[in-house]
Design a protein around this ligand. Structure first.
Ligand code: ACM
Ligand code: ZN
Length: 735
């Protein structure tokens, strides 16, 4: 017995040591030498700081005080003391203002920043060398507060590591913005781009134009009325909070499109001067600021003046994307402007608009940032292009003398789903999924780019458009998130992808490694839990699925520290009470097997599963949806609802085919209706049925109002002809 106890103790000590040894740093530092010793934080540890670091010293003390319950003494001094964390600045350590050195040994921790930004970064690394409970805001019991010994020298590869918050389509309150800044700070992301203005809402208080927020900040009537805005005081607080955390806040005042909220407040800003309402549904308005009238520019002068009093950043984002020129083409003011300036077309009018705004903000020393459309033609002064379409825009943009930030839709659009697994949360569906691995694979540098243009690539930037958050309920697909709070979805869509992006923009490509990142990430999920940041729980990782005789052997790996894998072998979706995976599992058919990662009863992943392929139906186009007994009725007609967003991807003629796969009964179909953002736009009503003698089982419709970002649903009236034991698939094909 005694031997057993000693052995158990030995194993526990080993486990504890392993915990203390874990240094799963994200983003991976430039140089990291792990030491076997640890720094023991205790009640009498002092925080010693150089004078200019007063605020950061307080930040550190408050961060540590919450979980430990200790009020560590703050000492202003130049030299380390015994049992202390020293904060100091030494600008000679690097040319990079965000560089830092972190030395953790038994008696002391020394943090040396090239500047205060470096000191902040070092603190984040230090937290990652501590138990995950350090992120908790409440006092924790029975935690051994060690800091793993290390010698670290680190600096980011790129100076722009950004994240966009679309506060226009959905209004996130000030507290959520502060929460996001903390999330960013944890991974050393340093640019917060506030998309404050769009068709769906104006979120920036401008004292001279109160209707921008009193009218443009809200939509809907009565109970339906939603919205809000940031007061100038709120924004000052956000900027100061961010600044301490090495996050620069860049506001976006979009021109000339995506401005309906402003036009609803002040109709004279448009070409037609009609009355407008802030829209309830997501769409991209064709009403732009009128480029012909001088009053438009007077308005913008005033708006920028007040904006720059709030945001010290040297950058101002002016959007510039997705302008359609229908109104300008008909407006006498705009046409006069075009004629007077001898411009060829409306696109040239937009260039004129941009240049004029560029000169307007130059007086304040500001550089304009815009979506890559803006770089297209002839801006004389340097600008920053946010490249979302493709890398070519970065090549031409840098040659024209501009800087670029890579926000490519293939890696950086966090509103896009991470997978195609049914139930996956997606705020956008017009793009293929962006897995964690795909985000990680972002390399902001472009191979084809000439050496001399490379410094003009400033970094990478994620967007998370909220346009589908307007619709709310369509996002509620995953049970643990079944709550109508867009903030939850925002967290879910952001993490863990933001951690992957953080490494892609911080760590040199030669030091990046996906498998290694995935392993390090495992211990970060508990950290996100402690910090109160939501995230998408990853499915178990498939190691192999090998044929063993007549069966398949499935081997999995858990990629979330502290979580369990649970599985089923009867084709039913697993839940947090299903069998625990402990060893490889044998199944007769791969499709019988499903597994999930279970963090706790409320947090678990979507299933890892092996979907049946419907190869034989290829000629009918793409898989859209399926029916099975639980989704249909027998004898009576009911509605089979299918999400067609992403499958309806442009204007044109479509065919929908109902294809029987198994069961006792055929499917009878009465009609097919197509909805865009909840409104019926077309239908095909005729009787049809599936099965061996399928008849009229193809339904046709035409889409002529396609819009990027719009949600499409197809509702079919169907029944199993004598009972609901019927299975099949619905395919969609564009002609
Ligand atoms: C964009 O996605 N319209 C920049
Ligand atoms: Zn006009």
């Amino acid at each position: 017995m005694k031997i057993l106890r000693v052995l158990t103790l030995g194993i526990m000590v080993l486990l504890l040591q392993k915990q203390a040894m874990a240094a799963d740093l994200i983003p991976k530092p430039l140089k990291h030498q792990q030491k076997s010793e640890v720094f023991q934080l205790n009640q009498s540890t002092k925080i010693v700081y150089a004078e200019s670091l007063n605020d950061l010293a307080k930040y550190l003390s408050e961060s540590l005080s919450a979980p430990t319950g200790w009020d560590l003494e703050l000492v202003e001094a130049k030299k380390a003391k015994k049992n202390s964390i020293l904060l100091q600045i030494d600008s000679s350590i690097s040319d990079n203002i965000e560089a830092y050195q972190l030395s953790v040994s038994t008696g002391q921790v020394v943090i040396t920043g090239q500047s205060s930004a470096g000191v902040f970064n070092a603190m984040q690394t230090m937290f990652q060398l501590m138990p995950s409970k350090v992120y908790n805001k409440l006092r924790q019991r029975n935690v051994n507060w060690t800091i793993q010994g290390a010698e670290i020298e680190d600096e980011p590869l790129y100076s722009w590591r950004g994240m966009m918050l679309d506060a226009s389509r959905y209004f996130y309150d000030k507290d959520y913005v502060l929460h996001l800044i903390d999330m960013m700070g944890m991974y050393k992301m340093n640019v917060l781009h506030l998309h404050l203005i769009d068709d769906a809402g104006w979120r920036l208080e401008i004292k001279k134009y109160p209707k921008l927020t009193s009218i443009g900040g809200f939509r809907g009537e009565g109970h339906e009325r939603t919205g809000g805005y940031y007061t100038q005081e709120d924004l000052k607080e956000i900027v100061a909070y961010a600044s301490l955390r090495n996050v620069e806040v860049i506001p976006e005042i979009e021109i000339p499109a995506h401005t309906l909220a402003a036009i609803a407040a002040y109709p004279h800003l448009s070409c037609t001067e009609k009355e407008f309402k802030v829209p309830l549904q997501h769409f991209i308005s064709r009403d732009l600021y009128c480029v012909g009238k001088e009053s438009t520019f007077e308005f913008l002068e005033d708006v920028f003046k007040e904006t720059f009093e709030l945001f010290p950043s040297k950058y101002i984002h002016i959007g510039g994307d997705e302008a359609r020129y229908d109104r300008w083409a008909k407006c006498p003011h705009c046409q006069k402007r075009k004629k007077d300036l001898g411009l060829k077309n409306e696109a040239d009018l937009q260039v004129y608009f941009t240049k004029r705004v560029q000169q307007m903000v130059k007086k304040y020393g500001k550089t304009i940032v815009g979506w890559d459309e803006m770089l297209e033609k002839g801006l004389e002064d340097k600008a920053v292009g946010m490249v979302w379409h493709n890398k070519k825009k970065a090549i031409s943009g840098t040659k024209d003398g501009h800087d670029v930030v890579m926000a490519l839709t293939g890696h950086c659009y966090f509103d896009v789903a991470e997978s195609k697994i049914p139930g996956e949360v997606k705020a956008a569906t017009w793009l293929p999924p962006i897995s964690l691995e795909k985000t990680y694979a972002l390399n902001p540098m472009i191979k084809e780019l000439d050496e001399k243009y490379r410094p003009q690539v400033l970094g990478g930037h994620a967007t998370l458009w909220s346009d589908q958050f307007i619709h709310g309920t369509i996002l509620q697909e995953i049970e643990p998130l079944n709550e109508n709070r867009s903030e939850k979805y925002f967290d879910y869509l952001t993490f863990p992808r933001m951690a992957a992006l953080a490494e892609a923009v911080w760590t040199p490509v030669e030091n990046k490694n996906w498998d290694d990142f995935e392993k390090r990430m495992a211990s970060h999920y508990p950290r996100l839990d402690e910090a109160g940041y939501g995230y998408r729980v990853p499915q178990p990782k498939l190691i192999s699925k090998e044929k063993k005789g007549k069966q398949f052997e499935i081997r999995l790996e858990n990629v979330v520290e502290g979580a369990q894998i649970r599985y089923t072998t009867d084709g039913v979706k697993p839940n947090p009470y299903s069998a625990v995976y402990e060893a490889p599992v044998l199944v007769d058919r791969l499709s019988d097997f499903q597994a999930i990662t279970v963090v706790n009863r409320k947090q678990y992943s979507l299933p890892l599963y092996f979907p049946e392929k419907y190869e034989q139906f290829k000629k009918y186009g793409k898989f859209l949806s399926e029916w099975k007994p639980a989704l249909i009725k027998g004898k009576e007609f009911g509605v089979l609802e299918m999400n067609a967003t992403g499958k309806i991807d442009s204007n044109g003629q479509y065919e929908l085919a109902f294809l029987f796969t198994e069961g006792s009964y055929r499917l009878d179909i009465q009609s097919v209706e197509v909805y865009k953002n909840g409104n019926k736009i077309t239908e095909d009503v005729h009787d049809g049925f599936t099965g061996g003698q399928s008849k009229n089982n193809i339904y046709k419709f035409t889409i002529d109002q396609y819009e990027t970002g719009a949600g499409f649903t197809i509702k079919a009236k169907v029944r199993g002809d004598l009972g609901n034991d019927s299975y099949g698939v619905v395919f969609i094909k564009k002609k």
